[in-house]
Ligand binder design. Structure first.
Ligand code: GSH
Length: 204
């Protein structure tokens, strides 16, 4: 029988990987549909809002990586035990989106001179402000992003980290022991280790 879930994405980790992590953690069999970049123009019109990742199940296409992770988190009891806990998880996840968007705001700039100009305040001002706070959040939460326990936001963090590091140009956890430990904790989960051992190799 075909797997119940099909994840359609570029042949990279990036925004697809947290979803792959959660599906793997939940032992939810999925088709890992990675398409070649040249095929994207013909695929784009069939995606709900012309973007991926898209997770298809029960005959429906779902999109928006955070929304999908929140949904899977609920299925896996990784979404907090009450509204307050869910809010803590959402806040952490939205911080990660802010981080990704900040880095993307210079990374995808094609004019090298403009790129450097946009990059400087993000690397020199935004990251030194943001990363200690994120690290401290993990410290205050006993090694997790929220509520002193594992949540879908931790999978989101570990899943997008290679992509974030690639855009930053260095490992953002290098000076932040709590962030590095959180990454390792997620990557060392048996189901995630098993997924990483069998997933296709990709830089980002
Ligand atoms: N907010 C969306 C999410 O979190 O899923 C962003 C999705 C997104 O930016 N997808 C990119 C994409 O589909 C790839 S990472 N790019 C191709 C395009 O927009 O044509």
């Amino acid at each position: 029988m075909a797997p119940k879930y099909k994840l359609t994405y570029f042949p990279v980790k990036a925004l697809g990987e947290p979803i792959r992590f959660l599906l793997s953690y939940g032992n939810m069999e999925f088709e890992d549909d990675r398409f070649e970049r040249e095929k994207w123009p013909s695929i784009k019109p069939s995606m709900p809002f012309g973007q991926v990742p898209v997770l298809e199940f029960d005959g429906k296409k779902t999109h928006q990586s955070i929304a999908i992770c929140r949904y899977l988190g609920k299925q896996l009891k990784l979404a907090g035990d009450n509204d307050w806990e869910a809010l803590q998880i959402d806040m952490a996840a939205d911080c990660l989106t802010d981080l990704r968007m900040k880095l993307g705001s210079f990374f995808y700039e094609s004019d090298e001179a403009v790129k450097e100009k946009k990059k400087e305040p993000i690397i020199k001002e935004f990251l030194p402000f943001f990363l200690p706070r994120l690290d401290n959040l993990v410290k205050e939460n006993g090694g997790y992003l929220a509520n002193g326990k594992l949540s879908w936001a931790d999978f989101y963090f570990a899943g997008i980290l290679d992509y974030v590091n690639h855009m930053a140009g260095f490992d953002i956890t290098k000076d932040y022991a709590n962030l590095a430990a959180l990454k390792n904790k997620v990557l060392e989960l048996p189901a995630i280790k098993e997924w990483i051992a069998k997933r296709p190799v990709s830089e980002v």
